[in-house]
Design a binder for this molecule. Structure first.
Ligand SMILES: NC(=O)C1=CN([C@@H]2O[C@H](COP(=O)(O)OP(=O)(O)OC[C@H]3O[C@@H](n4cnc5c(N)ncnc54)[C@H](OP(=O)(O)O)[C@@H]3O)[C@@H](O)[C@H]2O)[C@@H](O)CC1
Ligand SMILES: Nc1ncnc2c1ncn2[C@@H]1O[C@H](COP(=O)(O)OP(=O)(O)O)[C@@H](O)[C@H]1O
Ligand SMILES: [K+]
Length: 500
């Protein structure tokens, strides 16, 4: 799914109005009706709804929602914040329609007009939407702060007021902290950025039937990787004559004394996602552990308690390097030698990333399209500090272009960044905030590469699958009880649902 800029969304609105054709006021009615349906079914027992509207089209949506809720029997009060002396035409039409159903409407002209709010109120935020063009100040900023202080449940229409969909927020106290955001047609870039976590919690995309062939033609760097993309990426096994060689050979290089679990988790994940063969290259101290934990996995060994020689003998389809590897001088020297001689596609994680961060000149030795899977701290070591998330995205772009690699930046919305496009993942939850879950992710990506998925596919799809296991688990288990070892047990459920 595409993530579009405010300008592109406005273009899609206009194109739809002109070519469906549909009048702007009817498009507003369609959009706001979707919001109303969601609100009335999720908050059917709510006694008091307070709708706050600006005087642009976001405010117009608020007016329609107020009317529909009132008609359905909700107790509704509507508050309007005049933005200059301007009202859009659709706003004005809907103000009259709301007036016609004898709704309570109050204009907020000054601070004293702000209504009493109770934590039991349901607040609809329709002050600013896609048309926000500067940070709210004065009365609009006061209103936003006042709503945030009320501790009531807040539903934002399209986007929390004060939040820019594609640039950073400077005044963090002038943005609505929404509990839920009902957004139209496509998600906004701001939703995926950790800087905005206080403003955006849950959100739902409402399909307001903007013209899809127009949207399909709009260029964008940003995408949201959902079940639809995952289904399109999945390559079903239908080769009757396949043998284990058909599905590739994954080599997992990692481990050190006390950290053999990391490559073990990766190797198991690579195997369970379907790599035909898996070999682990580990220090000698890990030999019995690996062979006992995973009888299907072959093992080759290096020095006693750490990796130093990096001399695996197999001809692998893909190599994962780094889990539990450590960064001792001996390991670092061997790792350098390995990179100088290696031509096989790489998935680079954990301590291998730290080795690269300590010796940035090694980055040029990575084969083209290598996949690096840093968590935010590892990312910072690689690309340096950033002031805000938009700067981080810019630095990521420069980094992937400079080294011709793919970055998988782990987090609540894991980002797969390629030279061509950035993909935010749609699955996962905090059950994955558990030791070793990153090692499993790299194993999954490695196993997918071994089977012939492209580096971009293996990254986006692997991240999707990994996240989905946690979602399936938490439908009937407590998130606290999820462990990295359990992830592999849910891979089958994910694949079966992709086949549906
Ligand atoms: N188009 C369609 O058909 C559909 C659109 N839809 C809905 O429309 C929304 C977009 O509506 P919109 O374009 O009217 O902009 P909106 O967000 O209401 O605000 C604009 C007003 O705010 C003002 N303003 C901006 N920043 C300000 C600030 N800091 N402080 C004070 N004022 C500020 C700005 O004034 P100005 O900059 O001119 O001074 C202008 O008056 C979209 O999010 C969705 O909800 C849906 O119904 C689907 C169909
Ligand atoms: N709150 C969360 N929501 C979604 N995914 C999460 C969350 N917390 C962690 N994860 C996922 O769990 C994994 C953690 O990886 P990492 O930090 O490398 O852990 P480890 O080093 O223990 O293996 C990443 O894939 C990350 O995206
Ligand atoms: K809003």
């Amino acid at each position: 799914m595409k993530i579009l800029s405010p300008k592109q969304i406005a273009e899609a609105d206009h194109y739809t109005i002109k070519n469906e054709p549909i009048s702007p006021v009817n498009l507003m009615e369609r959009a706001a009706t979707k919001c109303f349906e969601w609100i009335s079914s999720n908050f059917e027992n709510t006694k008091s709804v307070k709708v706050f509207c600006g005087t642009g089209n976001n405010g117009g949506d608020g007016l329609v929602i107020a009317r529909l809720l009132k008609n359905k029997g909700f107790s509704v009060k509507t508050f309007i914040l005049p933005l200059g002396n301007k009202q859009t035409e659709e706003f004005s039409i809907n103000l009259k329609r709301l007036d016609d159903v004898c709704a309570k409407i109050v204009f907020i002209e000054k601070q004293e007009d702000l209504p009493k709010l109770s934590p039991r109120d349901l607040i609809i935020d329709a002050i600013f939407g896609n048309g926000l063009n500067r940070a709210p100040e004065g009365l609009s900023k006061n209103l936003i702060q006042y709503i945030n202080e009320a501790k009531a449940t807040v539903i934002a229409i399209d986007i929390p007021s004060g939040l820019f969909s594609g640039k950073s927020v400077t005044a963090k106290d002038s943005v609505i902290k929404a509990h839920h955001t009902l957004t139209f047609q496509v998600p906004k870039l701001a939703f995926f950025l950790p800087d905005n976590k206080n403003f955006i919690k849950d959100w739902t995309i409402l399909d307001i039937k903007l013209n899809t062939s127009f949207i399909n033609k709009l260029p964008t760097k940003y995408h949201y990787f959902t079940a639809q993309e995952a289904k399109a990426t999945y390559k079903a096994r239908n080769d009757k004559w396949a043998h284990k060689g058909t599905y590739g050979h994954s080599l997992i290089i990692g481990g050190s004394y006390g950290k053999i679990g990391a490559p073990t988790l990766s190797a198991k994940a690579a195997l369970k996602i379907g790599s035909g063969l898996v070999t682990a290259y580990i220090p000698k101290c890990g030999y019995t552990i690996m062979q006992t934990a995973l009888p299907e996995v072959m093992a080759e060994t290096d020095h006693e308690i750490e990796l130093a020689d990096f001399t695996p003998t197999i001809n692998a389809t893909v190599i994962e390097i780094g889990p539990g590897m450590g960064t001792s001088d001996l390991t670092l020297a061997g790792f350098k030698k390995f990179l100088q001689n290696n031509k096989t596609p790489l998935v680079v994680d954990a301590d291998a990333l730290n080795c690269l961060a300590l010796n940035k000149e090694l980055l040029t030795l990575l084969p083209k399209n290598s996949i690096l899977t840093p968590h935010p701290k590892e990312l910072e070591r690689l690309i340096g500090k950033w002031d805000n998330d938009y700067e981080k995205l810019e630095k990521i772009k420069i980094f992937v272009e400079k080294y011709s690699i793919i970055l998988v930046v782990k987090g609540a919305y894991t980002l797969t960044a390629t030279k061509e496009a950035f993909y935010f993942n749609s699955t996962g939850n905090n059950a994955l905030a558990t030791a070793g879950s990153g090692d499993v992710l790299t194993g999954i990506i490695t196993g997918l590469l071994a089977q012939g998925y492209s580096p971009r596919e293996a990254s986006c799809f692997g991240v999707y699958i990994h996240g989905r296991t946690a979602e399936i688990y938490t439908t009937n288990h407590a998130p606290e009880t999820f462990t990295a070892s359990l992830i592999a047990d849910y891979l089958s459920d994910v694949i079966l649902e992709l086949q549906e």
